[in-house]
Design a protein around this ligand. Structure first.
Ligand SMILES: [Zn+2]
Length: 125
C-alpha cells in the first residue's frame, strides 16, 4: 500500500504542465496563464518558423526579433545583406533579454502588428 502511494506521488510529479505544440522544442520551466502562450494557452503555431535575435524588449509582452539574410542584386551582380524584423508575442513563462537567440512561430494575428509568438529561447547572452 505504501508503495502504491509512492508510485502515485511520483506520477503526479511527472505530469507535464504544458501542451504539445507539435514542434521539437524545449518547453519552458515556468508556467504561465497567458491565453496567447503556445505552451500554456491556446496559441497554435502553424505556418512559418524563424530563428532570430531579440533586438528590443521595451514593449509589454512583445519583442522585436531580427534576422539577416543575403540577397542577390542582379544589376550589379553582387550580394547585399538584408534583414527582416518581426514583432513577436512573448509569453510570461519565457524570459529574454536583448541579444538572445529565440525561435518564433507563426500564429493567428494576436494584434495589428503581431502574428508570431516566441516559443523557445536558444541562447542567453
Ligand atoms: Zn506559458
Amino acid at each position: 500500500m505504501i508503495g502504491d502511494v509512492m508510485v502515485k506521488k511520483q506520477m503526479q510529479k511527472d505530469v507535464k504542465n504544458y501542451r504539445d505544440i507539435g514542434i521539437d522544442a524545449n518547453p519552458p520551466q515556468e508556467v504561465c496563464d497567458d491565453e496567447s502562450c503556445p505552451w500554456h494557452g491556446h496559441a497554435k503555431i502553424r505556418g512559418r518558423i524563424f530563428e532570430g535575435e531579440v533586438v528590443s524588449t521595451k514593449m509589454q509582452k512583445s519583442v522585436v526579433v531580427q534576422w539577416g539574410y543575403i540577397k542577390k542584386v542582379k544589376k550589379y551582380k553582387r550580394y547585399m545583406r538584408a534583414k527582416t524584423r518581426v514583432i513577436a508575442h512573448l509569453p510570461p513563462c519565457l524570459k529574454v533579454n536583448e541579444g538572445d537567440k529565440v525561435r518564433i512561430g507563426e500564429t493567428r494575428p494576436i494584434s495589428k502588428a503581431k502574428a508570431f509568438v516566441v516559443f523557445e529561447v536558444l541562447s542567453k547572452q
